[in-house]
Design a protein around this ligand. Sequence first.
Ligand code: UDP
Length: 476
Amino acid sequence: MEQQGEVPHVLIFPFPAQGHVNSMLKLAELLSLSGLRITFLNIHRIHQKLTLHSDILSRFSRFPNFQFRTITDGLTPQNRTLGMFSDLIRRLNSITKPLLTQMLLSGELGPNPTCIILDGLFNFIVDVDAQPKIPVFSFRTISACSFWAYSFVPMLIEDGQLPIKGEEDMDRMIDGVTGMENVLRCRDLPSFCRLKDPSDPALQHGVTQTIQSLKAHSLIFNTFEDLEGPILSCLRRRCPNIYAIGPLHSLLKSRLSGEESPLGSESFNNLWEVDRSCLAWLDAQPSKSVIYVSFGSVVVMGDGQFREFWHGLVNSGRRFLWVVRPNLVAGEDGENGIPEELEKGTKERGCMVEWAPQEEVLAHEAIGGFLTHCGWNSTLESIVAGVPMICWPQFADQQTNSRYVSEVWRIGVDMKDVCDRETVSQMVNDVMENKRNELMGSVIETAKLAKTSVEEGGSSFRDLERMISDIRLLYR
Ligand code: UDP
């Protein structure tokens, strides 16, 4: 390992959300394992949650060249939840830009960074006038296919394919997105495309962000060639320097298994307290008998939707493990009390927790399917574990991901834009039994491809090596 002061210094700055912090911490650990100096800059309140619910500090203390630093988001609890997610992104961009610039200019983050790995939701450093000039690697935590679809939105507005003209227009096929011919319907476009007004700030912001990322020194995707190769090839024509280094959790696991005293790679970066009791519950269930249900860290549903899922799960007659975050359901109870059949069915066949050790859950022998919102981390984790999916996408990239899961990769079914108990119970039974054989062939094959990509000589393994050597070259 190089001596302190003689190594490139990489500043990593994730957006303050579970899926973003998750994958960027894994990248930070991989880069630390290769001997680079790393500063991981976290929003203060996220860092507090991380240190409260995980062993993150002791885990990274084994790297002498690693440091955590924090920065304020300047937001009150009220304006953190005000408006749409895109409003929050804009507020965070405007608050953190001057703060980070100041930190860089004053040298308080240590030696001048060789490069910054900046979450793609922060786009300010790639501004033409941004100072100081440090190469920015834009890390996109979304799939390459959804990023590619984002980049076509201006063209779709220009030629009149957007805005979407209401519900009856949702199944219209989209033309002209290279590499996605006959795949995308209106309802599969990233969620901001559902906005009626093309000048809506949320839509404009989604577009600007994508364009900014394409101007970065490099683009990093948590994906792998055998999954998204054709789209990555299209993207390379717009931004030649792309590193596809996913699935990151699997790449880290593979690297750690070569360590002298390997640490586990799962569940070290949670922002919520993990309830491990569900693993003991799973131990007591038959093989492939349980449907795991989780909608990630951000999705919020109405009480009516929550109850449709609940009825659907109970009516399916299957066992289920459901992550019900304290803030998953918004608004008032639509019904009074819990109907007896739900209580009874849940007691007999269900388990509910507030936050699960998801990677371990998906790898558990008892899991037979995953009802998911199709967040990109969850999708990759399901792929690696070889678990077929039922997709209920809600926003951003999830709509495009779910289309790829069901129609392109054929590793799941898509219940997009529907939420009734009959569909839930039907799809659970499809994935667990009726359509299982037709799904499992591609599920097993895709899991194998993911594994090969992170092993020595695999495409993601090589792309990470290439990225590290490019960072070293920048330093010389
Ligand atoms: N996750 C977890 N326990 C849970 C639910 C989610 O550890 O009970 C993790 C999951 O493994 C994934 C992340 O939270 O890594 C969610 O990221 P994703 O991109 O799937 O969705 P988001 O939360 O960003 O919508």
